[in-house]
Design a protein around this ligand. Structure first.
Ligand code: ZN
Length: 177
């Protein structure tokens, strides 16, 4: 896949700045005139309007947004630290510091999510165990009920037999009389 096809693929055809329009143009986040290179870590998809808006005044907020986007897609931004950006060095440094801070917050959020997930899982597991225990108890109880039922059946049959014998005896006795 060529570089430009890769950018189109990575940014899913959408303008990285407004996240709304189709990204028809490929924009150097840090302009070439300021040392920006033609590498995937400095290229994003942009719609015509955003590209022009960014070009007419080097919008720090837009650059920040693009760098956040790039960093989220695994592009290394170390190169930005290394190049000199003349008078804008400070402002780019602050942009990058903000991105790093955001990354850090993301990581913390991820960690928290993971902890929450683990806790939820443990709770689920405990609930599952409790329900298994209950199931076992019910099964044991069901078995004892079944056994009792069988015992009752046996006893009932015995009673019936005894009654029959008794009836026979009575009729025998009557005949003897
Ligand atoms: Zn746009």
């Amino acid at each position: 896949m060529g570089l430009y096809s890769y950018i189109r693929y990575r940014d899913q055809g959408i303008c990285v700045y407004c996240e709304d329009e189709i990204g028809q143009e490929i924009d150097h986040v840090l302009p070439r005139s300021r040392g920006g290179k033609t590498i995937s870590a400095n290229l994003v998809l942009a719609c015509g309007a955003c590209n022009r808006a960014k070009y007419s005044h080097l919008d720090e907020e837009m650059i920040r947004k693009a760098f956040v986007h790039l960093s989220k897609h695994g592009e290394s931004l170390d190169w930005v630290y290394e190049i000199s950006v003349n008078s804008d060095t400070e402002s780019f440094r602050s942009v990058l510091a903000a991105i790093k801070e955001e990354d850090h917050k993301d990581e913390e959020r991820d960690r928290q999510d993971e902890l929450d997930w683990i806790q939820r899982n443990q709770e689920d597991e405990a609930r599952h165990h409790r329900s298994l225990d209950l199931q076992k108890k019910f099964q044991t109880r069901e078995k004892s009920v079944e056994e009792l039922q069988k015992m009752l059946d046996r006893e009932h049959k015995k009673i019936v037999r005894l009654q029959e014998e008794l009836a026979k005896n009575i009729s025998n006795t009557k005949k003897l009389k």
